[in-house]
Unconditional design. Structure first.
Length: 133
């Protein structure tokens, strides 16, 4: 491995760690009834997971929507990941934006808990996929 490859592997592992930490945050925030913040952390857990996949596949972008589009093209449309995850990612992205900028937007505990369960499954699948690549 070259130094560059080592650095990339370190960054991939860092992104997975960030995803896991964001999921830990969600659990804490749910216990304290902070639904908007939990929705934010769910989105970022997904984002960090997709970022790890992108790094593993030598894809780079600074745009969230472009990263999501890349993931859908390369992992959803090819059948490597279930379509449920595409909907989860788009919903999480929208929930994060609405929670941050729309003061009338409210999420239910059930919505956040459902997203949280799917997000945990997604990160598990991401970790497994990275091991196989």
């Amino acid at each position: 491995m070259t130094l560059k490859e080592n650095e990339r592997e370190i960054l991939i592992q860092h992104r997975i760690k960030q995803a896991d930490e964001a999921l830990d945050d969600v659990e804490f925030l749910l216990k304290h009834k902070k639904l908007s913040l939990a929705a934010n952390r769910i989105y970022y857990a997904l984002f960090y997971g997709i970022s790890a996949l992108a790094l593993k596949n030598n894809f780079s972008t600074s745009k969230h929507k472009q990263l999501i589009g890349w993931f859908n093209k390369n992992f959803i449309k090819t059948g490597l990941f279930d379509k449920t995850y595409s909907k989860l990612i788009y919903t999480a992205f929208e929930n994060r934006e609405k929670s941050d900028y729309d003061f009338l937007f409210m999420l239910t505990r059930e919505e956040v808990e459902n997203s949280f369960m799917l997000a945990k499954s997604f990160i598990s699948n991401v970790t497994e996929s990275i091991r196989k690549i």
